[in-house]
Write a protein that binds this ligand. Structure first.
Ligand code: HEC
Length: 252
């Protein structure tokens, strides 16, 4: 292989400039991470960051509340029809927390209906071994299975805009990192592997945005690709910095 010039042999100010630009780049990556935290977490209408947030963003999530599904499949058979109707109406409405034990509703308040018809099995001290696993005694118990989710994915135009911005800028950045690495003392198989994972990570991340539109499970590809791309970017930057400032090694 033709020998590329080594970064270490550049003048001090030149190396300082490259170092400062690496720092700005690291700052940019940190900002991307916190942008994700702010923008994507909570996207699945549940607190905290999870795979469902990524699914919600790129595929959308539509799930029906387990409580609603149980009632609609006529569970439990002992529930009076009028109570079932009241519960279904309540679960399809937007006042799940507010009306749960609304005193104006009297005996028709969902909390009352559930206490009468469900807690004998769905109580923490119930004799029903299976029912006990899903206690429905308190609002928090009930709310965990009462919410239907309908999360729309980002519109296609937004994904096009994001792809156009990220694909062009990140691929350019990564090409530059590849070139910079060619001017370091580390050009063996390990660096090759890191660079290959770096490229693959970006393909999986951005490609995953589009594939996940069709298959929700491919959200994992976005996460794996993103993590691989982030981690290898950090590693490559550290290697560039080390090349810039570690004492020059005798040319092998
Ligand atoms: C006689 C005992 C009994 C009563 C009364 C009862 N359940 Fe259940 N429930 C069970 C058992 C056992 C299961 C687990 C097996 C199944 O899904 O049918 C279950 C499962 C469920 C599930 C989970 C279903 C799923 O898809 O995972 C929900 C939600 C539920 N019950 C809600 C209720 C509500 C609401 C009431 C009152 C209106 C109620 N249950 C009354 C015994 C009971």
């Amino acid at each position: 292989m033709t020998d590329f010039p080594r970064l270490r042999s550049l003048g001090t100010l030149h190396r300082l400039a490259l170092t400062l630009l690496c720092l700005v780049l690291a700052g940019g990556f940190a900002a991307s991470a916190s942008y994700l935290q702010i923008k994507v977490s909570g996207r699945d209408q549940v607190k905290g960051m999870s795979l469902d947030d990524v699914k919600g963003t790129y595929h959308g999530i539509r799930t029906r509340a387990p409580l609603l599904m149980a009632l609609e499949r006529n569970h439990p058979e002992t529930l009076p029809a009028k109570d079932r109707e009241t519960l279904i109406k309540w679960l399809n409405g937007s006042r799940i927390t507010e009306d749960y034990d609304n005193p104006d509703l009297g005996d028709d308040a969902p909390a009352e209906i559930i206490a009468r018809n469900c807690v004998s099995c769905h109580g923490r001290n119930s004799q029903d071994a299976q029912g006990r696993k899903l206690p429905l005694e308190f609002l928090d118990d009930v709310r965990a299975v009462a919410v239907s989710r309908d999360v729309s994915p980002n519109p296609v135009e937004a994904v096009v805009a994001s792809t156009h911005a990220h694909a062009v800028s990140l691929a350019t950045l990564s090409m530059l990192l590849c070139l910079l690495m060619a001017c370091t003392r580390w050009r063996g198989g390990f660096t090759g592997l890191v660079l290959a994972v770096h490229g693959l990570g970006l393909v999986c991340d951005i490609g995953g945005w589009w594939l996940t539109r069709h298959h929700a499970d491919l959200a994992a590809l976005i996460v794996a690709g993103g993590v691989a791309y982030f981690a290898t970017s950090g590693l490559l930057m550290l290697m560039v910095l080390a090349e810039l400032w570690l004492p020059a090694r005798d040319k092998a």
